[in-house]
Design a protein around this ligand. Structure first.
Ligand code: CAA
Length: 390
């Protein structure tokens, strides 16, 4: 039985900062951000968007009434969870009116959470071929104003439906995963910003890719030439490029050109959004499928997932015939073109806005947020969500 990605969508906040302007205000040469880091625009979430609303808006784009009846498992990958107890999946389950006879849980391992969710979903479908699983990956990447990580912030979510006989990508069974305890990036529960050892994180990302890639080749007998494209977790777009370059010499000139061209296409959405942590790999995968029009059915796509701390995994899938008919490319274009640029000063102000932590009531202005699902306020330490269509 084929199991894999039947639907995929994403959501990003409607505000962004131009990286050239951020560089100027930080006294950095713009090329450091646009070439050295590889980012053009950084998505900025208003206070009316949090990981729950970003994920719910992403799922809204792809789910129909039939899906909502058939989904019996909602898995929410995030490392910016809003509650240490209740899972973000339960809120999304309610906001989207998903079948009540469903499981709803949150999964955490830094940027690896969505991959863990997808593999769990695959096992669930193997046991329950009639069901569908909604996997969400949603995060707000925060390092702080004037930090070296600032240029790699971002916000957004992806939503995937995993099912039998998928329309987009059949997940292959062979995969290699690897875990080691390292402190390259972490966020203690008392902090709303991540701590990072930038140099170590870059080194470990490459080291993990190398470990799982070598082991994958040994285990499967496959080689670089067997891949149409390799998509990477993209904390910033230069990072995946650095990892790809470590293996390119294993291919002929044609293979190198193909992988390099497809890498650039796969990084396009991420260049304009920034890091969305656990959704980043899947935003990159979606960028490839949406922006490259001539990928053949049965093309093999490699996926490298990396979650600091750290867990890495290399796995693969085969594109399904007519996969492009199941994307929502027009919606992607609208979402990007409807965004509004804000100044660095406006971004700094939004960045420092906080919700009450003393149980007091706050009502937020959701009329200025074009998203369908918004955070409308807080009362009694409870977040108040609104689905404007309900
Ligand atoms: N023109 C062109 N390039 C320039 C330039 C210029 N004028 N000035 C500098 N550069 C280049 C540098 O040469 C460098 O390129 P290489 O990496 O290819 O050598 C690049 O710009 C970045 O410069 P620095 O290394 O000096 O940058 P930095 O130390 O200020 O910060 C960073 C870079 C470490 C990535 C930092 O942004 C950071 O800590 N980010 C968060 C952590 C992160 O994203 N780590 C990635 C792996 S961990 C992971 O993947 C999990 C996750 O999601 C967090």
């Amino acid at each position: 039985m084929k199991i894999g990605i039947d639907k995929i969508g994403f959501y990003i906040p409607h505000l962004y900062v131009d990286m050239n302007k951020l560089a100027v205000s930080r006294n950095v040469e713009p090329e450091k951000f646009t070439i050295g880091i590889g980012q053009e625009k950084m998505a900025v979430p208003p206070i009316t968007q949090d990981p729950v609303t970003l994920a719910a808006n992403a799922a809204l784009e792809i789910l129909d009434e039939k899906d909502k009846k058939e989904i019996d498992f909602v898995i929410f990958g995030t490392e910016s969870g809003i509650d240490s107890s209740k899972s973000a999946a339960v809120y999304v389950h309610d906001l989207l009116d998903i079948n009540p006879y469903a499981r709803a849980i949150e999964v955490k391992q830094a940027c690896y959470g969505t991959t863990a969710g997808i593999q769990m979903a695959k096992g669930h479908i193997a046991l329950n071929p009639e069901s569908k699983v909604l996997v969400l990956g949603s995060d707000i990447a925060r390092y702080g104003l004037n930090t070296s990580g600032e240029a790699t912030q971002g916000a957004g979510a992806v939503a995937l439906v995993i099912s039998a006989n998928p329309s987009i990508l059949e997940l292959e069974d062979q995969s290699v995963y690897f875990t080691t305890d390292i402190m390259d990036f972490w966020r203690p529960i008392y902090s709303d910003k991540a701590f990072v050892d930038g140099k170590l994180s870059n080194e470990q990302y490459i080291a993990f890719f190398s470990k799982v890639w070598e082991q994958y080749k040994t285990k499967t007998g496959l080689e670089l030439k067997d891949f149409e494209a390799i998509c990477y977790h993209l904390p910033y777009t230069k990072m995946g490029l650095k990892a790809l370059r470590t293996v390119l010499d294993e291919g002929t000139e044609d293979v190198k050109d193909r992988l390099m061209e497809n890498y650039k296409i796969s990084a396009r959405y991420n260049r304009n959004v920034g890091n969305i942590y656990t959704g980043s790999l899947y935003l990159s995968f979606l960028s490839l499928l949406a922006r490259k029009e001539d990928l053949d059915a049965d093309s093999r796509i490699g996926l490298f997932s990396y979650g600091s701390g750290a867990v890495g995994e290399f796995f693969t899938g085969l594109l399904q015939a007519d996969y492009r008919e199941h994307l929502h490319v027009e919606n992607h274009i609208k979402l990007f073109s409807a965004r509004k640029e804000i100044t660095v000063a406006e971004y700094e102000e939004i960045f420092q806005e906080t919700l009450p932590t003393d149980g007091s009531t706050i009502e937020l202005d959701i009329d200025n947020d074009p998203a369908t699902i918004c955070l409308a306020g807080m009362a009694d330490n409870k977040r108040q969500y609104v689905n404007k269509t309900k």
